[in-house]
Ligand binder design. Structure first.
Ligand code: PLP
Length: 395
């Protein structure tokens, strides 16, 4: 009888987000007519911008004509899109050629599939609290996981420790769930650590568009030494409202070589085997997201989320409770009051002020006692939730 991948038995049930929605629904069933203020969601609330919609329509029309129809495309993406993204990097002082950029169906897909490039015995270091997929994909592939817990003592930006024996290092900045953003100096310590060890950093830049402080990096490739140790995973999901449309990209320099093997060449080989690429229509939509008009329109959506984040920050400032994030990031991460555990605080907010957030324990053990708010909701609900938080928690 075939033996399935037994590592799947080691995965925890993905009941965490289900439990949040079950508890929310149970509350509404018991309190008919009440409204919940959902500040927990990681999904966006604003639609795609008009420039992207127009490009999608045009691309559908192209597919209807002999003249403009496209069949199979390059697995790693349309050259014009990769060139556009390379120019986007260049505008930030990062030099990458189009063949160092690979178009994907989203960051989630590549975070899982990139693991194909590394030997099963390579050890993965996860800086926690963390986006749960980092741990789960490594469990699925049977890798040893080293958990590096962070706390408010380091503002949730842990530093490398020479004792750590890791081969793959996950860094997410701006971070989900903490909203913490690595400075160039702090990121450089990780880049140097990875280069010294011959490790590889998987840098998740899904929230880079939220960085507004020019002193903070959007990309790990802004850090000297990164091309020889880092792979950057990006997404238009939160940047341009593509969570349901699906498009991302991964940047992998030709300078990244391990055991004499080019990881760029290996990833190209992987792509040409594992995928027939992303739809022409979506890639044209993504092109529009990078056009001057698209960027302007996207900026106004990002401004709306940033305003939500500052409304929530102002509310938490008034409570006097410790928190980080909310600046250069869509997430805020607060310490629960009076030593409350994160699920207890979830129930407290739900029952007292009908605000729904995300218990920190869902992002690793060191998330216990913390709570995440997101700024992706609609502005009216965010203002109401913020006012309710102040009235409940202000000392
Ligand atoms: N990485 C992080 C940190 C995320 O929070 C998410 C989605 O919430 C993803 C990756 C997945 O992004 P995508 O929609 O591009 O698959």
């Amino acid at each position: 009888m075939i033996v399935p991948n037994l590592h799947y038995a080691e995965l925890q049930d993905s009941y965490f987000f289900l439990r949040i929605s079950e508890k929310s629904e149970a509350y509404l069933a018991a309190h008919p007519g009440e409204k919940l203020y959902k500040m927990g969601i990681g999904d966006i609330s604003q639609p795609l911008c008009p420039a992207v919609i127009d490009a999608l329509h045009q691309a559908v029309a192209d597919q209807a004509t002999m003249e403009h129809f496209h069949g199979y495309l390059l697995e790693s993406g349309l050259h014009e899109l990769r060139e556009t993204i390379a120019k986007h990097y260049a505008s930030r002082g990062v030099t990458l050629s189009p063949d160092e950029i690979f178009i994907s169906s989203g960051a989630g897909d590549d975070l899982g599939e990139l693991l194909d490039l590394f030997a099963p015995e390579s050890r993965a270091l996860v800086l926690e609290p963390a986006y749960p997929a980092y741990v789960d994909t490594n469990i699925m592939s049977g890798r040893e996981i080293i958990h590096l817990p962070a706390s408010c003592d380091c503002d949730f930006l842990p530093e490398p420790d020479e004792q750590i024996d890791a081969d793959l290092i996950y860094i997410c900045s701006p971070n989900n769930p903490t909203g913490a953003v690595f400075t160039r100096e702090k990121l450089k310590t990780w880049v140097d650590f990875a280069n010294r060890r011959g490790a590889v950093i998987l840098f998740d830049a899904a929230y880079e568009a939220f960085v507004t402080d020019p002193a903070l990096p959007h990309s790990i490739f802004e850090i000297e030494g990164a091309p020889t140790c880092a792979i950057e995973i990006c997404s238009l999901s939160k940047t341009a409202g593509f969570t349901g449309t699906r498009l991302g990209y991964t940047a992998l320099s030709k300078e990244l070589v391990r055991h004499g093997m080019s990881l760029n060449a290996m990833w190209l080989r992987n792509r040409t085997t594992r995928t027939n690429g992303v739809s022409y229509i979506l890639q044209k939509g993504a092109m529009a997201a990078f056009s001057p008009e698209g960027r302007r329109q996207i900026e106004s959506q990002l401004a709306l989320y940033r305003e939500n984040a500052s409304v929530l920050s102002a509310a938490l400032d008034q409570t006097g409770l410790w928190y980080c994030g909310g600046k250069n990031s869509p997430y805020l991460w607060m310490q629960c009051p009076d030593g409350m555990k994160s699920w207890a605080f979830f129930e407290y907010l739900l029952h007292e002020i009908q605000v729904v957030g995300t218990p920190g324990i869902g992002f690793g053990d060191c998330g216990e006692g913390y709570f995440r708010f997101s700024s992706f909701g609609n502005p009216k609900d965010t203002r109401e939730a913020a006012a309710r938080l102040v009235s409940l928690l202000k000392r």
